[in-house]
Write a protein that binds this ligand. Sequence first.
Ligand SMILES: Cc1cc2nc3c(=O)[nH]c(=O)nc-3n(C[C@H](O)[C@H](O)[C@H](O)COP(=O)(O)OP(=O)(O)OC[C@H]3O[C@@H](n4cnc5c(N)ncnc54)[C@H](O)[C@@H]3O)c2cc1C
Length: 501
Amino acid sequence: MSAKKVIVIGAGFSGLSAACCLAQKGFDVTILEKKNETGGRGRKADVDGFMFDMGPSWYWMPEVFEKFFNRFGKSVADYYSLKRLSPSYRVFFKDEASPLTPLQERGELDIPAEKEKLFALFESLEKGSSKKLEQFLAEAEYKYDKGVNEFVYKPSLSLMEFADVDLLLSLFRLNMFSSFSKYIRKYFSHPKLLQLLEFPVLFLGAKPENTPALYSMMNYADMILGTWYPDGGMYKIAEAMTKLAEELGVKIQTGENVEKINVTNGKVKSVVSNGKEIFADIIISGADYNFTEQQLLDEQYRTYSADYWESRIMSPSALIFYLGVNKKVDNLLHHNLFFDADFSVHATEIYDNPQWPSHPLFYVCCPSKTDAAVAPEGMENLFVLIPVAVGLEDNEATRSTYFDMVMTRLENRTGQKIREHIVYKKAYAHRDFISDYNSFKGNAYGLANTLFQTAVLKPRIKSRNVKNLFFTGQLTVPGPGVPPSIISGQVVAALVEQEFL
Ligand SMILES: Cc1cc2nc3c(=O)[nH]c(=O)nc-3n(C[C@H](O)[C@H](O)[C@H](O)COP(=O)(O)OP(=O)(O)OC[C@H]3O[C@@H](n4cnc5c(N)ncnc54)[C@H](O)[C@@H]3O)c2cc1C
């Protein structure tokens, strides 16, 4: 019998992951990718000697990557080398001071990679907090183990998957039903510590009040498992997965824009890409879920209506500046969080009352601090990101206003001129996310991980109305982020295997 033919739409992390798993099981897999390169939101741009990672910059949960490559008898080290960043990152808090004042007094904190130093830092800010941090991280570790080893690998098509007693009992210890924001306040009260603990929640795309306390497991990922960096840049992950896919026999066709999914008698028969019809037995879409259903499928085959999508809470979009600077920039680490603004006001402007933020938090990545290969000698590679609400009007004038705003703060806080040293500048926001990735409302990170958008309450990984149509990626289970997207591909592949092998 000839191998079943699978078409994967999109060569993002989820599509590449699903393709590798199915090729290993003997399926005949083709990826159709709209862009001219793979990696999706994790693509790179090479310009004038700078190598910019277009999207992800935080390499967290390294064992998820290792486990993925191990499935194929490989290891991460076969493709790229990783280093742990130490300190993990720098946080610029609100305090006003001159750049000559020592770090701790200036309101800047370097978050140490070593546990003992981290505990000492907590204790220095709040007496007794190091003991509490120990308990907090023990609970976070339990959640991480349960969450990442058991929950996230479930397809979440039915509550019955969660029906064993052990798992049900654990739901309460996992704090599924209490808010992250309240939970951390039971342990800590110093505003800097609270902000530090709330930061990873930004990755999950919802306000800490609306995020289940389950996600304190992200603090475990941050503080214990650490922040890593692949030599050569985050793009190394996409490059490695692409290479692996090719080694496994996956056919990767770039520059293929899928325009239609053809369904006959409740089954996908073919897709139309660049005007030509391509037949398949199984389709997995790793493109944005909303786009696949609303634009590629005829209405009667969609699982979700336009109203359903309107009622979803999306993770933020982002306004990003990719900057090449012709000198070394002082007082920055590889990762820098500018928390010198009110988080709750910014969060309200993202989620409750969507608008361009009045005084945003922002993030600056300077990978050339770690990696000489990403900028010409003596220069610096900067990636500045402001999280913003989805669906906003995005024009040049707004981009320019925010550029000035963040550069002023960056220059003031680091005590130097940067603007006049910029030799390359590119802004990227909503309309680019839409035109590059068919992103719903210009979202950067998919669907928010709120309680009501977790597990079985997320858009289904398998279509209700089309037998051989599946979904993967950051808008379905388990959620946004590179590790979850890689897991999502593995979960959908297991489901396809179960049904079609
Ligand atoms: C700015 C930014 C920063 C981030 N930072 C981090 C971070 O630091 N750490 C982290 O873990 N995560 C981070 N993330 C999140 C992470 O990058 C994403 O969750 C992940 O890359 C999503 O992968 P995916 O496969 O679901 O989707 P995508 O990467 O969007 O892949 C979907 C693919 O489908 C293709 N496609 C779309 N439509 C079609 C079509 N019609 N035909 C053919 N192909 C199509 C797209 O071109 C794309 O290649 C960040 C994301 C962004 C945008």
